[in-house]
Design a protein around this ligand. Structure first.
Ligand SMILES: NC(=O)c1ccc[n+]([C@@H]2O[C@H](COP(=O)([O-])OP(=O)(O)OC[C@H]3O[C@@H](n4cnc5c(N)ncnc54)[C@H](O)[C@@H]3O)[C@@H](O)[C@H]2O)c1
Length: 245
C-alpha cells in the first residue's frame, strides 16, 4: 500500500490552518514536506516543525512555479504528492453572515479571489503534472469546500470558485482515468482557522486535523476524480458522486 515514507509532498497555503495540519501529520508519516505560501513567518515555523522546507511562492504568479518546483526537486527529491490548498474568501466573515450586495463585488475583488483560488490551482497543476508523469506518477488533492457543492449565501463568488474546483477534479479524473497522476478534492465544512471565526464554531465543528487526516487518505488512497465531503466531527467523510438524477 502507498505510503509517504521518503516521498516529497508539496503543500500550498501550508503556513497556517489546514495546510499546516497536513504538513505536520504527513511529516509524522514519513513525508518530506515542501511548503509554498506567501506568509513567510508562519510558513518557516511550520516547515521547521515538520522537518521540511519553506519557499515563498505566490500561487497566483504563474512564473514562480517552475523555478520553485525545480528548487524542491533539488533539495527534497521529485514531488510525488501535492496538496493544492491555498485559498482566500472574498471578505472577512462576521458572525452575522450577511448577504453582500452583488454590486459590492468589484472587479478587483473578483480578480483577487480568482487569482488565488483558481489560477493558483491551475498553475500548480501545469507545473506539477508533467513533472510527476516524468518520474513515478503521483497524486494531487485540491482543497475545495462544502461550498463547492452547495450554496454559500454570504460569499457567492467564493462558492463559485470552489464549485469550479469540483468540476475540474471530476473532469480531470474522467479525462485521465488510468493516471499516471490521480486527482481528487476535499470539500470541508467550516473548521477552525483564520478564515473562519471561532464564534461560528459549535462543539461538533471540525478542527484542521480532522480534515488533514482525510486529505492524507485522499493523497495516498483516494480514487481519481473523487470529491470527498467532510462536514462535522462525528459524521464520517464520504465521496459525493456527480449525479443528474
Ligand atoms: N476554514 C474553513 O472553514 C474552510 C472550509 C472549507 C474550505 N476551506 C478552504 O481550506 C483552504 C485552507 O484554508 P484555511 O481555512 O486553512 O485558512 P488559512 O487562511 O489558515 O490558510 C490559507 C493559506 O493560504 C495562504 N495563501 C493565501 N494566498 C496565497 C497565495 N497567493 N499564495 C500562496 N499562499 C497563499 C495563506 O497565507 C494561508 O497560509 C482554503 O482553500 C479554504 O478556502 C476552508
Amino acid at each position: 500500500m502507498a505510503d509517504f515514507e521518503g516521498q516529497t509532498l508539496l503543500i500550498t497555503g501550508g503556513a497556517t490552518g489546514l495546510g499546516a495540519a497536513v504538513a505536520v501529520e504527513a511529516a509524522r508519516a514519513g513525508a518530506r514536506v515542501a511548503i509554498f505560501d506567501v506568509n513567510e513567518r508562519d510558513g518557516i515555523a511550520v516547515a521547521r516543525a515538520a522537518g521540511g522546507r519553506f519557499w515563498r511562492v505566490d500561487v497566483g504568479a504563474a512564473e514562480q512555479w517552475a523555478t520553485a518546483v525545480d528548487a524542491v526537486t533539488a533539495e527534497l527529491g521529485p514531488v510525488r504528492y501535492a496538496h493544492l490548498n491555498a485559498g482566500i474568501m472574498s471578505r472577512p466573515l462576521d458572525v452575522a453572515l450577511s448577504v453582500p450586495p452583488i454590486e459590492d463585488f468589484t472587479l478587483g475583488r473578483y480578480e483577487a479571489l480568482r487569482r488565488v483560488n483558481i489560477d493558483g490551482v491551475m498553475f500548480g497543476l501545469q507545473a506539477l503534472v508533467p513533472h510527476m508523469a516524468r518520474s513515478a506518477g503521483g497524486a494531487v488533492t485540491i482543497t475545495s469546500s462544502m461550498g463547492g457543492m452547495m450554496p454559500i449565501p454570504f460569499d457567492p463568488v467564493y462558492s463559485s470558485t470552489k464549485h469550479a474546483l469540483v468540476g475540474l477534479v471530476r473532469s480531470l479524473g474522467a479525462a485521465y482515468p488510468s493516471g499516471p497522476v490521480r486527482f481528487n478534492a476535499i470539500c470541508p465544512g467550516g473548521f477552525t482557522s483564520d478564515l473562519f471565526p471561532p464564534e461560528l464554531h459549535g462543539p461538533d465543528s471540525l478542527e484542521p486535523k480532522d480534515v488533514a487526516l482525510e486529505v492524507i487518505d485522499l493523497l495516498l488512497r483516494g480514487a481519481t476524480g473523487e470529491t470527498r465531503l467532510i462536514v462535522k466531527k462525528d459524521v464520517p467523510a464520504r465521496a459525493i458522486s456527480p449525479s443528474l438524477g
